[in-house]
Design a protein around this ligand. Structure first.
Ligand code: SF4
Length: 341
């Protein structure tokens, strides 16, 4: 059955903030980082940063990771304040998991094009068309979308979540069509119905970028995030042998980190937002990393700067708090996911 979507194109559902240049000298940055570390102790705060954050912000974080790792850290922290260096839906997830804590998002413009691609009305219309289906919401969704869903998943555990749903049940997979494609291939499920949303950053990682990097580095290991715009064509090429099966991987960002740690390869092409390169280079100075598309930069993630983290800690705002009723419903979907990992 075709889905009737609102007529607003996906690209018009969000506003990309400009990427601010930070003119600080290394010395000024160090001073700000020291002040943040000091204030963090004063405020009994923990700083969680996503893999796509600016390098200097990752450096002050207590934990750097993907959406799943960050939500697990949020769930177990005993800090009173969580400074979330990521985007809005991630701060919402932390607020849902820790209703008694203050969750700060240093810049409220940190949205997400993927989360913006589905509205509550669209999801309800879709559910009404498939009343027996199970709704699996990627973690990149708003709290109110999670509240209308049965399960949550991340790119790291989507396969496991799908495997936990009885074979005969149709699955409405929202909102990323590329991840839905990868998971359907990996689980061999024919009844995954994909919502047509996508992330504008990962969508920009195209088959021609992969072709170019492989031409320049034919023996490289290719690591692609399942949200990428090239995944369907790359998977098809793996199946027909055009891409080397033993050197092509579809991985979440944490999956990439783990894979690189265990691989004996020395060179990797990394298909995801370029912020992760900081962590990879830092962890593996003996290995070489090339972005598949160096322009794959998330302006939402880059809104968070050291100055804004500092201000958040000083004034304990801006705060993200999910209304209790929505949080209670959304938590069911998140807990079901966390029980499976
Ligand atoms: S990289 Fe894409 S999915 Fe991730 S926060 Fe940015 S817009 Fe959203």
């Amino acid at each position: 059955m075709a889905i009737t979507l609102a007529t607003i194109p996906f690209e018009e559902r969000y506003t990309l903030p400009p990427i601010e240049a930070v003119p600080d000298t290394p010395e000024e940055m160090r001073e700000k980082q020291d002040r943040i570390r000091w204030l963090k102790v004063e405020r009994k705060a923990v700083i969680l940063a996503h893999n796509y954050q600016r390098d200097e912000v990752q450096e002050v974080a207590d934990f750097v990771g993907d959406s799943l790792g960050l939500s697990q850290e949020a769930a177990k922290t005993d800090a009173e304040v969580i400074v979330f260096c990521g985007v809005h839906f991630m701060a919402e997830t932390a607020s849902i998991l820790c209703p008694d804590k203050k969750v700060l998002l240093p810049d409220l413009r940190a949205g997400c094009s993927l989360a913006a691609s589905i509205t509550l009305d669209e999801l309800r219309t879709w559910k009404a068309a498939y009343p027996e289906a199970v709704v699996v919401a990627y973690i990149n969704t708003t709290a109110e979308i999670k509240a209308e869903s049965d399960y949550c998943c991340t790119s790291a555990n989507a396969k496991k979540v799908i495997a936990a749903i009885p074979e005969e049940k149709d699955i409405l997979f929202i909102p990323d069509k590329f991840l839905a494609y990868v998971v359907a291939q990996q689980t061999k499920r024919k009844n995954i119905i994909a919502y047509p949303g996508s992330c504008h950053v990962h969508k920009s990682i195209k088959p021609e970028d992969v072709a170019t990097i492989l031409e320049e580095h034919p023996d490289i290991e290719l690591l692609l995030h399942p949200e990428c715009g090239c995944v369907s064509s790359c998977m098809a090429k793996v199946f027909d042998g055009t891409l080397p099966q033993e050197r092509t991987y579809f991985l979440s960002t944490e999956g990439m980190v783990r894979h690189i740690r265990e691989s004996s390869a020395k060179e990797f092409a990394v298909g995801t937002e370029v912020g992760i390169l900081h962590r990879l280079k830092k962890g593996h100075p003996d290995k070489v990393f090339y972005p598949v598309n160096p322009q794959a930069v998330c302006a939402f993630m880059k809104t968070i700067t050291l100055d804004k983290v500092l201000r958040s800690l000083e004034f304990l705002k801006p705060e993200v708090r999910v209304p209790e009723e929505i949080a209670r419903k959304a938590r069911r979907a998140i807990d079901r996911m966390l029980e499976l990992v």
